[in-house]
Design a protein around this ligand. Sequence first.
Ligand code: ASP
Length: 322
Amino acid sequence: MTKRRSFLKKITAASVGLGNLAALRPAFANPAPQAKKPVVVSTWRHGLAANEAAWKVLSKGGRALDAVEAGVMVTEAEDNLSVGYGGLPDRDGRVTLDACIMDENGECGAVACLEEIMHPISVARLVMEKTPHVMLVGEGAQEFALSQGFKKENLLTERSKKAWKEWLKEAEYKPIINIENHDTIGMLALDEEGNLSGACTTSGLAYKMHGRVGDSPIIGAGLFIDNEVGAATATGMGEAIVKICGAHLIVELMRQGYSPQEACEVAIKRISKQKNAKDIQIGFLALGKNGEVGSYALQKGFDYATYADGKNQMTDVGSFYR
Ligand code: ASP
């Protein structure tokens, strides 16, 4: 109890401003234990199946970048309502996908508002590897994907079409992410070599305005990797995450000596000050260079999957509003 109270006191002090971090650093600094590797973590229950695919790469000594791409591709191809195929459309009935990927060298690629392409994460990787750019959007992203051999596919399933038609009956434009309405996959991996990479992919907010882009394809918001320090990813109401550069903030806090858990808690506390914080959900997930995992959410209901030591399991996450 006392430990918890003094931790909360430190959090409050930390939230006053970045100037206080240096003073707090000794209190937070943990001696880095032997790195636990490989390890892969990913948001929500669909992370279990995604982790299986990532683990196949990691357990053979493969690269974290290949693991995260293979992992989230599983979720993109599943008929679910929030990532890739079957994702809920925007308010005009168009499925528009956002994704980004980042490697151990700080290289990154992203696509936003990409239509009719099943695997936006692989397009994001090619933006990183084959263009001098970081992000392509809309038609330009689709043209690039087609030039790389991707095929156009209809991603609007009967189920998501039906849900959209239902929504249209009473359509009121009130984009709110509550605990039932989100499910981006963000995945972070540490490979045998001790290198970190991450991937994040989503169909975004259901029934959004056409052209709306959230945090998920934004490097520093939905995903950030710093191979010296750690990695972070996000899910939930993208606008709130973008406003604090969520994933980058968490990694920078880890650089200052905060553990992955502490860094996620500070970032959530920062979001709790935004004006609509009580009505939205945000979940952060972080992985330290030493394999330590941390996670925190604004509301109850967030969970994540970890595959380490040959075991793939779910963890329920603590929340700011209990
Ligand atoms: N973060 C995603 C977005 O705002 C949605 C989600 O995670 O559910 O587009």
